[in-house]
Each structure stands twice: as structure tokens, then as C-alpha cells.
Design a binder for this molecule. Sequence first.
Ligand code: NAD
Length: 267
Amino acid sequence: MAANISFDFSGKRVLVTGSNSGIGLEAARAFARAGANVALNSLSNTEADHQLAHDLAEETGQVCIYLPADLSQRDQANDLVARCRRDLGGVDILVNNAGIQHVSPVEEFSDDAWDRVTEINLSSQFATIRAALPAMRKQNWGRIINVASAHGLHASANKSAYIAAKHGVVGLSKTTALEVAETGITCNAVCPGYVFTPIIEGQIPDQMAQTGLSRDAVIRDVLLTKQPTKRFIEMEEIASAILYISSDMARSITGHAFAVDGGWGAI
Ligand code: NAD
């Protein structure tokens, strides 16, 4: 399904964390196609990552750059915003998207896994928001979109760190929104249900091992059991929501947990 997005983000500078694949890459592409200059980010720093930015610049005629950073390290998250300001000229729209999952019962959850999941999914968002806000305040305009999850609003077993982090993202988004409510800055969380991306692909073998179910049964009865539409959400649907919340038409939407969840929240 091709995204049919007609927003105009000309002149805006967008930093999307965790954007060499999945939802982040889709959002970065949608912003560049809508006229924004875009910074991609991931940890990996491969030739393919730089090529993604190069190809997007060629396709759209926008400035598109790639900035590696390991968002499990607070100082690198902080520094990423400064590097984006230096190399792209600023950060008008910050999309905090980087995320990882770890599936394990709480009694078996290691400290390392807990720290890594909470640092990448939650604390890096705190660090980039803190770094980006002063310049947004100065220009009295900014958009902060924190990618949370349906798991930012609802729980599932065996995902304690992810669910704690994503609930934290919703709380961080609400608090930030209140602190900037009288400015031209908004801050929202986006809460996707199950979108078919590498993060989901990676969960299937774990779930098969834990449940003893086949791949098809895991998809239907475990992953999509909570999603009444019984279909994976397309990445373009999440990108469209992110662009809408970033638009001027959404300037009164702030502090909101914007669910794109196939009806999950209705249960
Ligand atoms: P993905 O694996 O394609 O994307 C994750 C991104 O995070 C990648 O670009 C990866 O390089 C980056 N990343 C991971 N560790 C990093 C690190 N240490 N430093 C910098 N970048 C790092 O998966 P996705 O599904 O596109 O996930 C994107 C976001 O959407 C995540 O926050 C995820 O929790 C959230 N989400 C996904 C779904 C889904 O069903 N796919 C549902 C709800 C929420």
C-alpha cells in the first residue's frame, strides 16, 4: 500500500531516531517526500545506512543525512541532537523512534536486558527531548513525537521492561506537553499495535520457543490475539499518523497517546 500523504514540511528539519529500518525509515521517507530535510540515525553505521540517506536525498531533492549514535548511551543520545543542529541546521521535529524488545518472564529478566531496553526505549527519549527543547522554545515552534506502543497503554506477559519503558514514554510525553503547553511546541506519543517490521519478525522465534506453537499460530493466536482487526498494521499508517501530529493542523493535539492499534484499545 503506497502512502498518500500530502503534508507540506518545507523548511523543517527532522531528526528520526532508529530510522535505518521499519517505522522510523518509513517516517523519515514520508517527511523527506513532504519537503523536509531529514537526519536518519541508527547504531550500526554501515555503508548501507549512509546509502539510505544518499538515496533518499536523490529521490526527494532534500538534504538527508545519516548520523550514527548508540542510544543505549545517554551521552550519545544527548550529542545526537547537537550533531543534528550542526549538520542539518536544527531540529524542528524530533521523532523518538528507536526501540528494542526483550521477551522473558520477570523472574528471569537479566539486569543487562532490563537496562538496555529501558535505556534505548525510554531514557534516550528523555535525553533527546531535553537537548532539543531549548532551541524549540527559542523559535516558539517544535514537534516531539515519541513512538511508544499499544504496550504503552496495555500490558502483555513476558515483556516487563518494554512495557514499563513504553508506559514511561506515554508519561514522559504528557509531562513534556504540559511544560511547553503555552508555546508553539507539542509533544505526543504514538501507540502502534502490531506493525510488521523487523522488531516483530525477531519476536516470532522467541514466542514459538516459549509457547511451542507454529509460526502461523504465533502470528494469529499470540501476536494478533489482541488486535481485533486481525491484520498487521502497515508502516505507512504509522508514518501518516506521525506526519499528521507534526502538522500545523494538529497544533492543539498535545500530551496525547495517539493509538493506531487495530482496535486493541477498544477491548
Ligand atoms: P525496527 O527494528 O525496524 O526499528 C528499530 C530501530 O531502532 C532500528 O532503526 C534500529 O537500528 C534502532 N535501534 C535499535 N537499537 C539502537 C541503538 N542502541 N541506538 C540507535 N538506534 C537503535 O522496528 P520497528 O518496529 O520499526 O520499531 C520502531 C519503534 O516502533 C520502536 O520504538 C518499537 O518499540 C515501536 N513499535 C513497534 C511496533 C511493531 O509492531 N513493529 C509496535 C509498537 C511499537
